[in-house]
Design a protein around this ligand. Structure first.
Ligand code: HSE
Length: 339
């Protein structure tokens, strides 16, 4: 499996570490080898080597703040030209989300799929805005378009529904889709101020580059839209759903809710209603006895309501270097391990 990596930031480096650690085992268990032939990163430089890039050397370079294109195989073109000219089986797209335009990621994904190259992405933009188009293109080109890392990336919600709950009718998906806001609400309950809690979430690396994306609910809204598109087969845009963040929740309101046996959680919800799918993001006062009430800190949790099994709940990390890197690795194994 020859891979192109678009983006060599936290997630790209997490994937590289996992490939180094698990590559031999994956080869033995699933019968395919992983070779990274290209890396394109706007800040860290770009490399292309058909024989395989030395991932350890690339990781060592970034650790020392040295550009990776000081290694053999410097590539001078941009990401799009690398996608178009590369001889690779799969592209792993790990650049930052631009939820307004979904570019340049969508153009890169289209170019890869046009060539019949499989794609996995951690970028919410293309899946929230152009999912049905991209899925159709992938099908026409006999390629797989996967996106496990776009929704609560360290917890395999999308694969759970696609693989493990296959055959179930999904009625509702509801949960804590954003770690930063859950962390802030948890810390405010312990007495920390909103500003200090937000700053800590940024320091810990959970928060989006623009924190408004978390605290105003936009990140959870993008994930709810992806759930509507990918799980419910709907052709939705974030603007189709209502969205409210946590900025109006005061410390007093949190204490007062607790005294009544309730806890505020920012809940993303997508529900099938007849032929329609309805989505929303809003703070809810959850009863302390509800499973979602006990989810504290940056942890995410989602309940999937099915016809055959009732509620199936999954809990885990929503972000992180290795966690999000793994979300792409599982998609790579899905493609490479096919018989
Ligand atoms: N900023 C997001 C969160 C992580 O706090 O959940 C990536 O989606």
């Amino acid at each position: 499996m020859r891979l192109l990596l678009l983006g060599f930031g936290t997630v790209g480096q997490g994937l590289a570490e996992l490939i180094l650690e698990k590559g031999d085992e994956i080869s033995k268990t699933y019968g395919f080898d992983i070779t990274v032939v290209g890396i394109s990163d706007m800040l860290k430089g770009s490399l292309y080597n058909q024989d395989g890039i030395d991932l350890q050397a690339a990781l060592d370079a970034v650790k020392k703040d040295v550009k990776i294109d000081t290694l053999p195989g410097k590539y001078d073109g941009d990401a799009l030209s690398m996608v178009k000219s590369a001889d690779a089986d799969m592209m792993v797209e790990m650049t930052y989300t631009d939820i307004k335009t979904a570019e340049p990621a969508t153009s890169h994904i289209r170019a890869a799929l046009e060539k019949g190259m499989h794609v996995t992405t951690t970028n919410k933009g293309p899946v929230a805005l152009f999912f049905q188009d991209l899925a159709k293109l992938a099908k026409a080109k006999n390629a797989l378009f996967l996106y496990e890392g776009t929704v609560i990336s360290g917890t395999p919600l999308l694969n759970l529904v696609r693989e493990t709950l296959a055959g179930c009718e999904i009625k509702e998906v509801k949960g804590i889709l954003n770690g930063t806001t859950n962390y802030i609400l948890s810390k405010m309950e312990e007495g920390m101020s909103y500003d200090v809690a937000l700053k800590k979430a940024q320091e810990l690396g959970y928060a989006e580059a623009v924190p408004d994306a978390d605290v105003l609910g936009w990140d959870a809204l993008a994930k709810a839209t992806i759930i509507a598109n990918a799980i419910f087969g709907y052709d939705s845009k974030p603007s189709d759903f209502s969205c409210k963040g946590i900025t109006e929740i005061t410390a007093e309101a949190i204490t007062e809710a607790k005294a009544r046996g309730k806890r505020f959680k920012l809940i993303g919800k997508v529900t099938r209603e007849g032929n329609k799918v309805v989505g929303s993001v809003a703070p809810e006062e959850i009863d302390m006895t509800h499973p979602l009430a006990g989810i504290m800190g940056a942890t995410n949790a989602v309940s999937v309501t099915t016809d055959a099994l009732g509620d199936v709940t999954i809990v885990g990390p929503g972000a992180g270097k290795i966690e999000t890197g793994y979300s792409t690795l599982v998609d790579i194994i899905h493609v490479g391990g096919r018989k």
